[in-house]
Design a protein around this ligand. Structure first.
Ligand SMILES: Cc1ncc(COP(=O)(O)O)c(C=O)c1O
Length: 379
């Protein structure tokens, strides 16, 4: 990596602007060739210092709460969509200042809020989230179609005619999925919800379309969407990925504080935390890539990486390096932009990582640092 890491603060979420731009170029191509819109799911990526760039490519954002909707309206602009498993009485009026598209998770919620929605916001679009009862996601934690799922209405629970005022359907069932999973989803939507398609103007196909992953078949995505649009020319199509926008666009840069030997295992203590700064590693779980490291190789310097909190499980597995690591060495976790930044905590009072951008022209832009007040203000 051609970035002078020793001159940058640590730990640091470092966005690589050129990589973000590359993802956005691809998304522009998909939008143009397939004739659809792609909006950013803020739950996956909310680093708003990058929004002026993203906004040049994507026409809007989607949110899951009042605060995300406000961030979308104030910092992203364009179309602001919102979906929540349930809206709150005490927030709904304020929400109408920010969002133009409202996806409801039940008919009861739609009936509860529709009069207020259309009187406070006559230009609003209302839709319902449907459950297409198909997902390729093997981890239940990320599968909205598991039996008993509270996310989305099943076809059997809908009346033959949608309630008046519903103008779109919203389906989200994928996670880091390929275009063939989307094709299958569309088949299920047609089979289960086909009679509703002529009743709406817009179909929002949610997130989980990992079109920026190297092996994703973008041509197949475009041809699938075009074929669907040809069948339903009255329908606008929206995708709302989070991960795909920020996929492989940046790092968590950390520094070795100490190396301790635990029964023959060399354990590196870093100045960041797996639990507080990369919680998906433990939650999902997965083993992140560390730049310059490999899976353990006998005979090579091999380390287990632990964080600065007292949680016994605050560590990632073992990695090998070509040369020994000493205190002060940089350890760079790859692909730490999507979902990681939005999920950080100050557990143990550990400071949040700094945030910065490695600009296209090869310079560092510091975005922000955190301190005691950020920790204290939450408690
Ligand atoms: C309703 C909805 N839309 C969009 C997304 C974004 O999904 P992804 O980041 O996997 O593309 C999610 C993620 O959970 C979601 O729940």
């Amino acid at each position: 990596m051609n970035i002078p890491l020793d001159q940058l603060p640590s730990p640091l979420f470092l966005m690589h602007e050129e990589k973000l731009k590359r993802n956005l170029e691809l998304m522009r191509q998909v939008q143009q060739e397939a004739g659809i819109k792609i909006i950013l799911a803020l739950k996956g990526f909310s680093m708003y210092s990058t929004f002026p760039l993203i906004r040049q490519y994507l026409p809007g954002s989607t949110s899951s709460s009042l605060h995300e909707a406000r961030l979308g309206a104030e910092e992203f602009g364009g179309e602001t969509h919102v979906y929540s498993p349930a809206y709150r009485e005490d927030e709904f009026e304020e929400l109408t200042n920010y969002a133009g598209h409202y996806s409801f998770n039940s008919i009861a919620q739609y009936l509860q809020f529709k009069d207020r929605l259309f009187s406070l916001r006559p230009d609003a679009h209302a839709g319902i989230r449907i459950n297409p009862e198909y997902s390729t996601v093997s981890v239940d934690l990320y599968n909205p179609c598991i039996p008993g799922s509270r996310l989305g209405i099943r076809a059997e629970d809908l009346p033959d005619t949608l309630p008046e005022g519903i103008s779109f359907l919203h389906s989200h069932n994928l996670c880091e999925s390929d275009s063939y999973a989307l094709e299958h989803t569309l088949n299920n939507i047609e089979r289960l919800f086909g009679k509703y398609l002529p009743q709406v103007k817009l179909l929002n196909l949610g997130g989980g379309h990992l079109m920026t992953r190297e092996d994703y078949n973008v041509d197949h995505l475009i041809s699938t969407l075009k074929a669907f649009k040809a069948k339903y020319p009255h329908l606008s199509i929206i995708l709302e990925p989070g991960s795909a926008v920020a996929w492989q666009t940046g790092y968590l840069v950390s520094t070795v504080l100490d190396v301790v030997n635990s029964k023959g295992i060399e354990v590196v203590i870093l100045d960041c935390s797996v639990s507080a700064h990369m919680p998906d590693v433990i939650e999902m779980p997965y083993k992140p890539k560390i730049l310059g490291a490999t899976e353990p190789v006998k005979g090579k310097p091999t380390y287990r990486f632990g964080g600065q909190t007292c949680l016994a499980g605050d560590f990632v597995g073992d990695y090998s390096f070509n040369a020994p690591l000493k205190p002060g060495a940089k350890v760079v976790f790859d692909d730490m932009m999507h979902y990681t930044m939005v999920k950080t905590t100050t557990f143990n009072g550990i400071n949040l990582p700094h945030i910065g951008i490695w600009k296209q022209e090869g310079s560092y832009q510091h975005v922000k640092s955190f301190g005691y007040e950020d920790f204290k203000s939450r408690l």
